[in-house]
Design a protein around this ligand. Structure first.
Ligand SMILES: NC(=O)C1=CN([C@@H]2O[C@H](COP(=O)(O)OP(=O)(O)OC[C@H]3O[C@@H](n4cnc5c(N)ncnc54)[C@H](OP(=O)(O)O)[C@@H]3O)[C@@H](O)[C@H]2O)C=CC1
Ligand SMILES: CC(=O)N[C@@H](CCC(=O)OP(=O)(O)O)C(=O)O
Length: 342
């Protein structure tokens, strides 16, 4: 069965990565490609790496241009995707890459994003306990934020097994593409090259409630999350360091057993052999998440390192993985765990 897909936001980074993956997906036919200010221009102007689609002209994003598709991906700024989603019928599979449908709690939405809360959709991180089942056959998917993807996968097994206190610290180094294509002063070449800088410090990043929602769900109780992102001079990739106080004396062997059990059957989460450490270069362009665990016995803390590509597993790859589940395709269709190096 071939499904016809549309991508709204095809000129952006997330839209471009979606199309890169969908071009080699055997069950997909690429239909409408839409944008806003770029409508009327050729896709090749914005996505020169997508050779087969270079001459395709971008259309306006509207209910009309998105009609007649089996799947619509919304790779739009948050706020806009909920507006568009409202106009799409119940039979079309809508995959929202923005934040609009991730949070359950209206007060959280108001505090961190503002405006009307569009409600929560099944969450596109199948590796979280209970999430995969909700994606099978669904017509609506909320794709996770790139930071919560890494941090949640890093800590979920330890919280579920009761190895750590529900009080976690996450520091994530990110590439600049996480911010999207729009020009921001701190992302201009001269400012970002040769320097790393923290932002959203002091619990101010809007992914904080998404972390707390994911990890609290796994732990079965509220989890306090202190999250700090760090912008680094690289185009893509996220390296997360997640840590928390251990409960009692737990050694590395016991921690490894818990993580092996949690992720052994997962196609896109790889606990590295002891002695190997994740790096952003190792997951570049792949849908793989690399993890390694360490026990800091002196500090009494678990430390987990995680790498992923923010545009692949952190956004577009995760979206395709969830689409596969929703439509009944093998979960790995069109996705690879093999990266690009050097
Ligand atoms: N980049 C990343 O790593 C991640 C991104 N996401 C989310 O994915 C979504 C897209 O992000 P990203 O691709 O990085 O952003 P970009 O800024 O690169 O692209 C935004 C896209 O949305 C279009 N757009 C902007 N405003 C409107 C509008 N009012 N109506 C219709 N289309 C509009 C743009 O079109 P035009 O070119 O015409 O302006 C462009 O195609 C965001 O919600 C983002 O938060 C989620 C996880 C990670
Ligand atoms: C470098 C950078 O700016 N990264 C973005 C990550 C955005 C993301 O993951 O997406 P959502 O906006 O869909 O949640 C940020 O920190 O806001």
């Amino acid at each position: 069965m071939t499904v016809k897909i549309a991508v709204a936001g095809a000129s952006g980074y997330a839209g471009g990565e979606l199309l890169r993956l969908l071009l080699t997906h055997p069950e997909v036919e690429i239909g409408a490609l839409t944008a806003a200010s770029s409508a009327g221009t050729m896709l090749g102007v914005h996505q020169p790496h997508l050779a087969p689609l270079a001459g395709r002209v971008l259309e306006e994003t509207s209910a009309e241009t998105l009609a007649g598709h089996d799947v619509v991906f919304l790779a739009l700024p948050h706020g806009h995707s909920a507006e568009v989603a409202e106009q799409l019928g119940p039979d079309v599979l809508v995959v929202d890459l923005a934040a609009d449908h991730r949070l359950a709690d209206e007060a959280d939405w108001q505090r961190w994003y503002g405006g009307e809360h569009a409600g929560q959709w099944p969450y596109g991180l199948p590796e979280l306990p209970g999430a995969r089942e909700k994606l099978v056959g669904t017509k609506r998917i909320a794709v996770p934020g790139c930071f919560p993807t890494g941090g949640s996968l890093a800590l979920a097994p330890a919280l579920a097994a009761g190895l750590i206190e529900p009080d976690v610290t996450v520091v994530a180094v990110t590439g600049t593409s996480g911010a999207g294509k729009s020009l921001k002063t701190n992302l201009l070449g001269s400012e970002v090259m040769g320097s790393a800088s923290a932002y959203g410090v002091g619990g101010k990043h809007r992914h904080t409630p998404e972390f707390a929602q994911n990890l609290g769900g796994v732990a079965g109780k509220p989890v306090t999350v202190s999250f700090t992102p760090v912008l680094a001079p690289m185009p893509r990739g996220i390296l997360t360091t997640a840590s928390a106080p251990l409960i009692g004396e737990v050694d590395e062997t016991a921690v490894r057993e818990v993580y092996e059990k949690a992720y052994d059957a997962e196609p896109f989460v790889q606990l590295l052999p002891a002695g190997l450490w994740p790096a952003t270069a190792s997951t570049l362009g792949s849908n793989n998440v690399q993890l390694q665990v360490g026990v800091d016995a002196d500090a009494g803390r678990l430390v987990v390192i995680c790498s992923l590509d923010n545009l692949t597993k952190g956004t577009a790859g995760g979206a395709v993985q969830s689409m596969n589940l929703a439509l009944g395709f093998p979960e790995t269709t069109g996705l690879s765990t093999v990266g690009v190096a050097p």
